[in-house]
Design a binder for this molecule. Structure first.
Ligand code: HEM
Length: 478
């Protein structure tokens, strides 16, 4: 609960910051954000300048894609959770922030992730998907293990021939294969998608998120890129036939999942466009950014952590007689390492919500009044690396959430909610939350059952990181 001004002992202050001149202020902030400063520096210089973790700023894309780029940014662990309070903030069309991509990308429907929980369709769609996911519970571990085995075979082959192996491509192929098979009981290669699924989804998601991305081109091309990606809404036509192919592949292969939609009062074609979005954008898109990030943090943590993880994983698997739900639950270091990577670099770093009423938000130092209708924006890496909550907040500490450390899990927000809370039809928390944590643990388990240690080289991508495995040492004892 958030204190009202009279309950709060903290002084109510005006929100500092500057939107600049209409139009020009938004362009200046956009250039600072993408090119002159970069994301983290953009926020840290403003926090320093205004001596506040709640500030006014413009957020990209701005003109001519977003009508109103002005936001109140919440940049600490205490103010950030205002975005989870759906009684106070409206989550109508704010998935991508201050703009909504053309609905042609989603078959003309506003899919679940764009809906506010007060809309009846949010309840139908979210309960439908929670029910679908529950019905798939027993398939998760065996299916993901099968997909991982193929991924490691591909990685070993590349490692053998080139002495290093790219992780992103096999991880993307594995994630798409897993998600498609989870919902459709069919391998995508048996459909008209063949092996093109990941490339098609990349293009479709990429066009929707282009206004939020930079390609990292040489500096002298910044105005060109800004004009190309951030100035005009991206059209649907370049991906129209690909989307049709994707939709038809799901439509033809997911009969049992789509049959279920009727009992939730959802039309078959609306259910299928939602299924494509959940499978392609939410699940595959999330995993595409997240799995390489997880491998990056574990890889750079070094050999000592690797040997502790390998010991824990191998001894628990031996004790339990295999990789079971119960075995995964017992791996306290493995669990902590996954949470720590989610804390360091959440797969989806931005959240938005519009104030439904005048509200007071508190940071560590002060209380601020936000007016009804103002857009609140949270940059999650600043909230989950808040030095007033986490010791050595910028450092990856594998054991952070072991034992007493579990108490800090309420400050891990990657799923658009606290790690200690659950997704429901009343909130906007990711219904894949438990699955993502489970699959992340499984990825580490299968990795350290096969290998003793590994090293990585990494590079930033528009969303997530590119990861190359530079050495991979086969397990000496299991
Ligand atoms: C690493 C992978 C994933 C990440 C990082 C992730 C993250 C998130 C986040 C941050 C949100 C909230 C978006 C917002 O409103 O601001 C969200 C929503 C959602 N996610 Fe996930 N997710 C992942 C995987 C999945 C999976 C596997 C599924 C389902 C199979 C899923 C289904 C959804 C759905 C349906 C929503 C919308 C919830 C609502 O409208 O109430 N996600 N996810």
């Amino acid at each position: 609960m958030f204190p009202t001004p009279s309950q709060s002992k903290l002084p109510v202050k005006p929100i500092p910051g500057d939107y600049g001149l209409p139009f020009f202020g938004a362009i200046k902030d956009r250039l600072d954000y993408f090119y002159n400063q970069g994301r983290d520096e953009f926020f840290s210089t403003r926090v320093k300048k205004y001596q506040s973790t709640v500030i006014k700023t413009n957020m990209p894309p701005g003109p001519f894609i977003a009508q109103n780029p002005r936001v109140i940014a919440v940049l600490d662990a205490i103010s950030f959770p205002i975005l989870f309070d759906t009684a106070k903030v409206e989550k109508f069309n704010v998935l991508d922030g201050t703009y909504l991509p053309s609905l042609s990308f989603t078959g003309g429907y506003r899919v679940c992730a764009y809906l506010d929980p007060s809309e009846p369709n949010h309840t139908s769609l979210k309960s439908y998907f929670i029910s679908v996911l529950a019905s798939k519970h027993k398939d998760l571990v065996p299916l993901f293990k099968t997909c991982l085995s193929q991924m490691f075979i591909n990685i070993d082959d590349e490692m053998g021939s080139k002495k290093k192996a790219n992780f992103n491509d096999p991880s993307d192929a594995m994630s798409f294969n897993f998600v498609f098979r989870l919902f459709s009981d069919k391998d995508p290669s048996e459909t008209k998608l063949g092996s093109d699924g990941p490339a098609i989804v990349d293009k479709w998601v990429g066009l929707q998120l282009a206004p939020l991305a930079t390609l990292g081109l040489p500096k002298f091309l910044k105005y060109f890129e800004d004009l190309l990606l951030h100035t005009f809404p991206t059209p649907f036509f370049p991906v129209k036939s690909d989307y049709k192919k994707l939709y038809e592949a799901f439509y033809e292969s997911s009969s049992s999942v789509l049959d279920k939609a009727e009992s939730f009062g959802i039309k078959r074609d609306e259910a299928c466009h939602n299924l494509v979005f959940i499978a392609g954008f939410n699940a595959y898109g999330g995993m595409k950014a997240w799995f390489p990030t997880l491998i990056k943090w574990v890889g750079t943590a070094g050999e000592e952590l690797h040997s502790q993880l390998a010991n824990e994983i191998r001894s628990v698997v031996k004790e339990e007689g295999g990789v079971t739900f119960q075995a995964l639950e017992k791996m306290s270091l493995t669990k902590s390492v996954v949470y720590e990577a989610l804390r360091m670099e959440p797969g989806v770093p931005f959240q938005y919500g519009k104030a439904k009423e005048d509200i007071v938000v508190t940071s560590h130092e002060a209380a601020y009044e936000i007016k009804k209708g103002e857009m609140i924006f949270g940059y999650q890496p600043f909230a989950t690396k808040d030095p007033k909550v986490f010791d050595n907040a910028e450092e990856f500490v594998g054991h952070r959430f072991v034992g007493e450390g579990e108490k800090l899990l309420k400050y891990v927000y990657w799923s658009n909610g606290r790690e200690t809370e659950d997704p429901t039809v009343h909130n906007k928390q990711c219904p894949g939350k438990e699955i993502v944590v489970l699959l992340s643990r499984l990825l580490l388990v299968e990795l350290f059952l096969r290998y003793d240690t590994f090293t990585v080289e990494t590079d930033a991508l528009p969303f997530g990181s590119s990861v190359t495995l530079t050495s991979l040492i086969k397990a000496t004892s299991i």
